[in-house]
Design a protein. Structure first.
Length: 173
């Protein structure tokens, strides 16, 4: 049994939901799992494995993610660890793998930590859950990328089977 830490960098809470889903999947297979926000992560030394999930906001991961990685790089590199990115762009079949997702490639080019286990998940589009500025920016991006623009849209683009597969990869590491 492993002590696993799932850290989330989440703006609207959806990446946290994915971490909590992973926690349930892993716990059902006798793993001890802690979920924590990036800004309040416990001591990484207490865990056998560490995985970070981060959402995209306005086209990039939060700067705090890179600061956290720089601070904890040695610990992340000393144990099984991984990273997943959550974005609406990943709803598209040709943008939903670590190799084809621009945000993942951007992360890898900016991060000193180069985890072996990587994954990309589609996010959640909930226009009514955003403030007016975010709603308009996201609607514009959706219009540009031929996505849903109806302001009442609420749709989950996450492939939960893919999340299940990621959980299995965590166990095998």
């Amino acid at each position: 049994m492993s002590q696993i830490l799932l850290i989330h960098s989440s703006v609207h809470g959806y990446t946290q939901q994915i971490c909590e889903y992973l926690q349930r999947q892993l716990a059902s297979q006798d793993q001890q799992v802690t979920v924590a926000p990036l800004d309040d992560a416990p001591d990484l030394a207490l865990f056998d494995k560490v995985y970070i999930g981060a959402s995209i906001r306005h086209g990039k991961h939060r700067p705090a993610l890179y600061q956290f990685i720089e601070t904890h790089r040695a610990e992340l590199e000393s144990k099984p660890s991984g990273f997943f990115s959550v974005s609406l762009v990943a709803r598209k079949p040709h943008k939903n793998t670590p190799q084809t997702n621009n945000y993942m490639q951007q992360f890898l080019s900016q991060s000193a930590w180069q985890p072996k286990l990587l994954q990309v998940f589609g996010g959640n589009l909930d226009y009514q859950g955003y403030n007016a500025l975010d709603r308009n920016i996201i609607r514009f991006i959706m219009w540009l990328t031929k996505g849903p623009t109806d302001p009442n849209t609420k749709v989950e683009f996450t492939d939960w089977q893919k999340v299940d597969q990621f959980a299995q990869q965590i166990i095998k590491e």
